[in-house]
Design a protein. Structure first.
Ligand code: NAD
Length: 493
């Protein structure tokens, strides 16, 4: 099928009909699928639709390349990653444009994502040359123990649409740094950004087969093909908890090493001694970055009753000023949600909350002429701790506020979720903030900050938010197996 004209200049130098990147070549598939701009609904590209046989070819290529990539000097691997970092920075405008086209993010969010995504290449270029290890004498004497970290092998990477660049680089960079080769399946909604990333790794000198890309509309087939292949030794998945469970079950058959970055339900806590101006600014970032479509997005605001009215009024007033619009609207702060289905789901969640007794206290205006999938930013008050909206991931620009009357109640409500990814605490007294933070069942806690993502920090969750960490040194260890040598080494007389 011929390629739909690449109407958007930012994708003009990609060839989406040849989106399969296998063994260093860009290949077509037997069919294509359409990618749409969620801000307008218009088709922006027809992308090669990978099959099970393409998935197998990608593993053939990655397995062959692993032999030499794992023994390539760490400095050489680092140079490829650093080259990718430099290219990504230099190409920021085009990559941000690409994300705006296929994901719908507003410009500031898209630029922020590219900058964040590039940092994973830089950080892991720096980590690649510090593989670490240990040397020690055994307690009984007479032997020495040498501990090394060796690349695990071919890694299957599966990424979501909400951060199409950063979720890919957060996996590819540590995998390559550790000496793994990768097969990547991007989300069906956002394959073009993944193409651009594979292209810049190719340009930075990644040898053929080290990075392979298989966009598809048949994720279950492509990913299960990988998980049943004995050459695939690692699955790293970012996405919903439901799909994570499916993949963990499949991984169990061959006991595949698994890293899971799953859904969140972040509490945003405001105590009565918090700096409310700072809390409102932090709340806007934690809730509305990316239109609320972030796994770290504040999902429930737990506010002490002494500051409930004040915080609610100030936060609500700020929310009412948020401008929603397509990425082409340079003044837009909130973009569309990813699909009509997502918009309908969010509206349903709000309607159910209102039926259960909540009220919409503040709502930003929405231009009735908008044609994409838009949801008005809004604040809900009188939400009870056990309301459905407080237990499911909203993934949109809706902020439910729950009244709490003590730190103990705050912790009980915060921890009653099965998720435990991010949490946020705003408190005036740092000791109090730390006491709350230590009581939270969450992998990451922002303290007087509305943002926790940092390539140099270990990102990940507890409970059903996942297994393992990305970023930091921990992120590279996820792509290694520990091996030790026990060496006969008699003590000197
Ligand atoms: P999703 O689980 O629907 O899809 C994620 C990826 O899995 C996509 O590539 C998709 O094609 C693929 N997939 C879907 N079904 C599959 C199956 N049966 N077998 C194999 N692959 C399959 O999630 P989404 O809607 O794309 O993303 C939103 C979710 O991701 C939210 O729950 C969000 O919290 C989570 N997320 C988590 C993190 C994190 O770091 N913890 C980061 C971003 C997003």
């Amino acid at each position: 099928m011929p390629l739909t004209p690449a109407v958007d200049p930012s994708i003009a130098d990609l060839d989406p009909a040849r989106a399969l990147f296998i063994d260093g070549s860009w290949k077509p598939a037997t069919t294509t699928f359409e990618v749409r701009d969620p801000g307008s609904g218009r088709v922006i590209a027809a992308v090669a639709d990978g099959s099970a046989s393409d998935a197998r070819s990608a593993v053939d290529s990655a397995a062959a390349a692993w032999t030499s990539w794992r023994s390539t000097a760490p400095r050489t691997r680092a140079d490829v990653l650093y080259g990718a970092y430099e290219r990504m920075r230099a190409d920021l405008d085009r990559l941000a444009g690409l994300i705006m086209s296929e994901n719908g993010k507003c410009e500031a969010d898209a630029r922020g994502e590219v900058t964040y995504a590039a940092e994973f290449f830089r950080w892991f270029a720096e980590e690649a040359v510090r593989p670490g290890g240990a040397f020690g004498e055994s307690p009984a004497g007479g032997t020495r123990t040498i501990v090394t970290h060796r690349s695990v092998g071919v890694a299957a990477l599966v990424t979501p649409w909400n951060f199409p660049a950063a979720m890919a680089t957060r996996k590819i960079a540590p995998a390559l740094a550790a000496g793994c080769t990768v097969v990547l399946k991007p989300a069906e909604e956002t394959p073009l950004t993944a193409m651009a990333i594979a292209r810049l790794l190719e340009e930075a000198g990644a040898p053929p087969g080290v990075v392979n890309l298989v966009p598809t509309t048949d994720a279950p087939t492509v990913v299960s093909t990988w998980l049943s292949d004995s050459r695939v030794r690692k699955i790293s998945f970012t996405g919903s908890t439901n799909v994570g469970r499916i993949l963990l079950r499949q991984a169990a058959d061959r006991v595949v090493n698994s890293s899971m970055e799953l859904g969140g339900n972040a509490p945003f806590i405001v105590t009565e001694d918090a700096d409310l101006d700072a809390a409102v600014q932090g709340a806007l970032v934690a809730k509305f970055r990316n239109g609320g479509q972030a796994c770290t997005a504040a999902n429930r605001f737990l506010v002490h009753e002494a500051v409930l009215e004040d915080f609610g009024a100030r936060f609500g007033a700020a929310v009412e000023t948020l401008r929603t619009g397509p990425a082409s609207d340079q003044r837009a702060q909130i973009g569309p949600v990813i699909s009509a289905g997502a918009a309908a789901r969010i509206e349903r969640v709000v309607a159910e909350a209102v039926q259960a007794g909540a009220r919409v206290s503040h709502r930003a205006p929405l231009d009735p002429d908008l044609t994409g999938h838009f949801v008005a930013p809004q604040v809900l008050r009188d939400v009870t701790p056990d309301a459905a909206i407080a237990s499911e991931e909203i993934f949109g620009p809706v902020a439910p506020i729950i009244r709490c009357s003590s730190d103990e109640e705050i912790l009980t409500v915060a921890n009653q979720s099965e998720s435990g990814l991010a949490a946020y605490v705003y408190a005036g007294d740092l000791q109090r903030a730390m006491r709350l933070a230590e009581g939270l069942e969450a992998g990451m806690v922002g303290i007087n900050r509305g943002l926790v993502s940092d390539p140099a920090a270990p990102f990940g969750g507890v409970k059903q938010s996942g297994l393992g960490r990305e970023g930091a040194r921990e992120g590279m260890l996820e792509y290694t197996e520990t091996q030790y040598f026990s060496v006969d080494w008699p003590n000197q007389g």
